[in-house]
Design a protein around this ligand. Structure first.
Ligand code: PLP
Length: 220
């Protein structure tokens, strides 16, 4: 089996090819390497191979492994890509550099409070439930633009992007197109979309970052 580092380079090559194919600038797309369920010992070689941006979906799991890695590699940018409970806002603001999963008023309010208290300002994205799946996190598409505006105007949060996870059993293209359209309406520049199975499609639809786990680290 190929090592995580070999797979990292393969994914980076495919991202570069997808950028060219889509007429995007080289380097327009940031690779977020999703390291959830993998240990520091698995992650370290990937950092040493030059990967600087990582994603985790659970605050508690990230707290167990990332403080030491961030101390060793201070330039790491860590993204929270999983659902955020309001009682974890404090820990999330302290550890993450980008929080991609704001999807309700209560979270926005808690994050605003913690950002003011800690004087630390992670970049912030709103998660949109583009497939309106009942079990999935994210704001409803029809409420997304108004929610971004409320985050800004009521909570003073500088929302920079939108994030989505399309339904597993659907063609992701229309979901990526919807997220791109909402980002224009909301006036945000960043689009976090695309995972191991569909990141090249996401790049064609304008992703500025893709979240790739198993294609790098192997199956979980
Ligand atoms: C796990 C996860 C990913 C990565 O999924 P892969 O299919 O392993 O690439 C991306 N985004 C989110 C929100 C995830 O939880």
């Amino acid at each position: 089996m190929a090592s995580a580092v070999e797979q990292l380079f393969a994914v980076k090559a495919r991202i570069a090819a997808a950028e060219r194919e889509a007429g995007r600038d080289a380097g327009a797309v940031t690779l977020v390497a999703v390291s959830k369920t993998f240990e520091a010992a698995d992650i370290r070689p990937v950092i040493e191979a030059g990967q600087g941006v990582f994603g985790e979906n659970r605050v508690q799991e990230a707290q167990a492994k990332w403080p030491a890695l961030k101390a060793a590699f201070p330039d790491i940018e860590l993204h929270l890509i999983g659902p955020l409970q309001s009682n974890k806002a404090k820990e999330a603001v302290a550890l993450f550099d980008v929080i991609e999963t704001i999807d309700r008023e209560k979270i926005a309010a808690e994050l605003a409070k913690e950002i003011a208290r800690q004087g630390r300002s992670p970049k912030l994205y709103v998660q949109v439930n583009t497939g309106s799946e009942p079990q999935k996190a994210g704001i409803e598409p029809r409420e997304a633009v108004a929610f971004v505006v409320r985050c800004r105007e009521v909570h003073g949060l500088a929302i920079e992007g939108l994030m989505c996870i399309p339904p597993a059993d659907e063609n992701p293209g229309p979901h990526f197109a919807l997220l791109e359209k909402l980002s224009k309406e909301a006036g945000v520049a960043k689009l976090s979309m695309g995972m191991s199975g569909d990141y090249e499609t996401a790049i064609a639809f304008g992703a500025t970052s893709v979240r790739v786990g198993s294609a790098i680290f192997g199956s979980r």
